[in-house]
Design a protein around this ligand. Sequence first.
Ligand code: PMP
Ligand code: GLN
Length: 446
Amino acid sequence: MSRLSPSSESSEHGCRGGASPRQRNARTLTYGENVSDFSPASDLRPWQRTAAGAGLLAADGTIAATIFAEMSALALATGAINLGQGFPDEDGPAEVLEAARKAIADGVNQYPPGLGMPVLRQAIAEHQRRWYGLEVDAASEVLVTAGATEALAATLLALVDTGDEVVTFEPYYDAYAALVARAGGVHRTVPLRWPDWRPDHDELRRAVTDRTRVILVNSPHNPTGAVLDTETLRLLVELADRHDAIIVTDEVYEHLSWGAPHIPIATLPGARERTISISSGGKTFSTTGWKIGWLTAPAPLVTAVLAVKQYLTFVNGAPFQPAIAAGLALPDAVFTDAAAALRHRRDVLAAGLEAAGFTVSLPQSGYFLVADAAPPGAADGAAFCRELPDRAGVVGVPVSAFVHPDRQATYRSLVRFAFCKRLEVLEEASRRLASVIEEHRAKRDR
Ligand code: PMP
Ligand code: GLN
């Protein structure tokens, strides 16, 4: 199955994998205006629920790879420029790479401690103090994980029980939907609307109830690059407090912002005691393949997450842990220069897309921008992304991959492009994308 043709919410799937043909993939209910719930059918097998959560379970029971794996494979197969999966095509700071080489040479090659190596836990605590004024106890309030992905997985599996509601914005990072579904939770979403992606506060108020176990916030946001304003962050804390929910905040793009300085939700009054803050070295140091992530939280929450995490990977990445610690200790300019360079890349790609007829939502942060492909004639972003490698030698990702079936129509013509690539690659991609508008005009004028 292609991820680009997601199964409909009501489609039935076959027996492959042991499922009954009568089962349905998912149930979507809409509450009031624009707050919607998604949960896979309860009679699906656990792995099918996981796939169905992320829209990867086909009507015939087959399970697709994630959109990122699919589009990277397509880029490889066609030789197209990969602006799909978010990974840089250049190495990060030399000090970080050298520290990993040194750690391997020095024999740091066996299991690290379950919570993570003390040098990294110290560096994370120091990072929280230095950048945000947050005092975190390195011994009990920091947990090192296999990327932010494992931190998210262990957290949601630790906290979310059958029927518990998890509130996120939509579009959302795909792992959220898969993990909530695996945990048996209900994924309740509040839309972010093109082109400024600001949430409606009344919708947010309606979404959070006493059934909400977790409010999962992602700011800076993937796929839109939006940054939540302080007023929204405050409202989230107020709602979490009122309904006794845990805030889980995914801040992997914390250093890749060029607007106002990043505000971790844990710094707001009343937030810290109920917040699990997740980040990763992958984005900050251009080491996405190392998978060194972490979370900081009050000790009882760390204990809860660790109970699950220690049976997922137990531990990971021994020599990379001191290397990321070295990275976290680098001077401020390393962080701010990387963000400034990324901002320039954003502008180059945005200009290229605009010249090719797309309307662009300019992000304040992160690796990605979202463009509307409707003006240059592509009303269906998924179909467009499927054709684009052949048409123009470029790969993007449809925003429909980040939403549940009931919201496909809203985001249909939108495409996410990654700009965390070398300038010459973005310039070449821009040249290639120009063919999109030329073809559109030629067709129109025929
Ligand atoms: N959260 C978000 C919002 C992401 O974009 C990503 C992917 N880069 C992750 C989590 C996963 O991070 P990691 O690679 O550290 O597991
Ligand atoms: N976070 C990356 C993205 O959004 C991809 C990570 C992955 O491949 N799962 O492109």
